[in-house]
Design a protein around this ligand. Sequence first.
Ligand code: SF4
Length: 293
Amino acid sequence: MSDREKIAEHLRFFEELGVEGISRDPDWSVRAVDRLVVQKSPEQSDVAALVGQEGSVPADLGQGFSVKEPESKATYSETIAVDSAGPRAQSDRDVSVFEQVRVPSTVSANEALDLIRKQLGDCTRCKLHTGRTTLVYGTGKPDADLMFVGEAPGRDEDRDGVPFVGRAGQLLTKIIESIGLKREDVYIANVIKCRPPDNRNPEPDEVRTCEPFLFAQIDAIQPRVVVALGSFAFRTLLREDRTPISKARGRVYNYRGAKLIPTFHPAFLLRSPNRKRDVWEDMKKVREILRGE
Ligand code: SF4
């Protein structure tokens, strides 16, 4: 690993802990409160009742996802309703406000995903296209109930054209299997479809350019639960600028007709295995919602 890559890794690590990165873009200095309005929903009391309902944690969920001693109590205590005024309020596929993403509402999820991929094409809309090997669109079940959203492709993903195929991807597979599902049962995508150089954080203009395609994917799939993997995915989906994933997780957010669960990125878990317990709590919550509990 080069020095540049090591520095990038360290910055990612600190960002997961809530330490802000450095950017010259003035957008990064806008406070979250200017963009996000949250309020407690009527479902709050239902969710509060879920705290501590399932105390037993598997002693071992596999080599890459083992849970030992609990280090914190489950923290699910409220549902946050996100005010999605503006472009994100549009969930009907054929009224997309994103000029470049138009999908008729009459087509199946599979056809919708194909159409979105065609509209992406050999995308050169942002500067990241110059360094990519392969555009990484997304993979999985087109009408999945559960969707995972990560940040951006890494080296392995850029090579294979599939999201989450490296070590972090293997851990994500174990996380999915921990709630009785297979990778093929879910849909996995990233906010950004092309690998940033040296795995640096995507820049705001790149996010703005690429995110409409992710939103179109979510609207095509119409999952019941979206899991945001890491701070970056959480902030992009909820238009949040400040909240680190460590503070965002433990809550259920209403988002584009789905429940959104933020949790730690698998790459972070590889560096901080003591946070697997938290991810297990988050995945139990996902399972409860999918079961209609
Ligand atoms: S990151 Fe997204 S917007 Fe930028 S070139 Fe790749 S697909 Fe296009």
